[in-house]
Design a protein around this ligand. Structure first.
Ligand SMILES: Nc1ncnc2c1ncn2[C@@H]1O[C@H](COP(=O)(O)OP(=O)(O)OP(=O)(O)O)[C@@H](O)[C@H]1O
Length: 265
């Protein structure tokens, strides 16, 4: 299959007052068109930095970031992003919040078509009837659903999700995982999910990439077998337990709490 995202030999250091802070060191990543990769790793290892590189908000010191075989050299409108804090504008209705990206990204849709698309997206995530509400009238989970619609309104090829469910309670989070399946089925995208939740990673992604501690490199890649329709029961199978154990072990290695294979304990 065609790689939609290709990252090769990326190295990057932030310039800080106390000197360069190496954050990424030899990062490799390849995500097929329509694929969904979850990126996990120790806190502060460089996961969000990776999302900034893919969306073109930052350029790496070394190496290549490619989208659709084109080198990323600046911000890309074909990328949609959703974050842990949805940041919806309180003075705008939910519908107008979702339409916001279309005020920036060029679109061929008429005003009516834009509104129809926003309403359609809201119906997919279960927010039909909330179009005219203000963000403060919605729960945290509902605001996150609205933020997903906003990230998808301009039909991005790539959807970057930076810990979007991290601040939600466990039940709401699991509800949103199932919503994500529905969204991907109706609005196909190539996804990159940054998360600290290993269950979330194996439930949503078809590949989980473990980054090493900072400066991060690609330490381990786990392929998650296709498990059919969204069903939380998938998380309670022996196969899921085994995948979670492997990932936990890899995170311990990345945190320096367990020796890497081939190293003495
Ligand atoms: N603009 C910046 N200037 C200087 N240092 C930065 C900048 N942005 C991030 N950093 C530092 O780079 C490192 C990696 O940050 P990044 O946010 O990419 O990590 P992360 O893996 O997403 O973290 P977390 O898991 O805690 O969300 C951190 O030590 C952070 O403090």
């Amino acid at each position: 299959m065609y790689p939609m995202i290709k990252i090769e030999g990326v190295r990057h250091a932030y310039k800080t007052k106390s000197g360069p802070l190496p954050v990424l060191d030899g990062l490799e990543l390849s995500v097929d068109e329509g694929g969904f990769v979850a990126v996990v790793g120790p806190s502060g290892c460089g996961k969000s930095t990776l999302t900034r590189l893919i969306s073109g908000l930052m350029k790496p010191d070394e190496g290549m970031v490619m989208l659709h075989s084109e080198r990323v050299t600046g911000p890309r409108s074909t990328v949609g992003m959703a974050f842990q804090n949805p940041v919806l504008l309180e003075w705008r209705t939910i519908l107008d919040n979702i339409l916001l990206p279309l005020e920036i990204v060029p679109t061929k849709l008429s005003k009516k078509e834009q509104q129809d698309r926003a309403r359609y997206l809201l119906s997919i995530v279960g927010l039909e009837g909330f179009e005219e509400k203000r963000p403060s009238e919605l729960s945290g989970g509902m605001r996150q659903r609205a933020s997903l619609c906003r990230a998808l309104i301009h039909q991005p090829e790539v959807l970057i999700l930076d810990e979007p469910f991290g601040a939600l309670d466990a039940f709401t989070r699991e509800d949103l995982w199932q919503t994500m399946y529905k969204v991907k089925e109706k609005e196909p995208f190539t996804g990159v999910l940054i998360t600290h939740d290993l269950r979330e990673a194996i439930f949503l992604a078809d590949q989980v990439v473990v980054l090493s501690g900072r400066p991060a490199r690609t330490q381990y890649v786990l392929d998650v077998p296709d498990r059919g329709p969204a069903d939380l029961e998938h998380l309670y199978t022996p196969e899921a337990a085994e995948m979670l154990a492997i990932l936990r072990h890899q995170i311990e290695i990345a945190q320096g709490r367990a020796p890497a294979e081939g190293e003495a304990a």
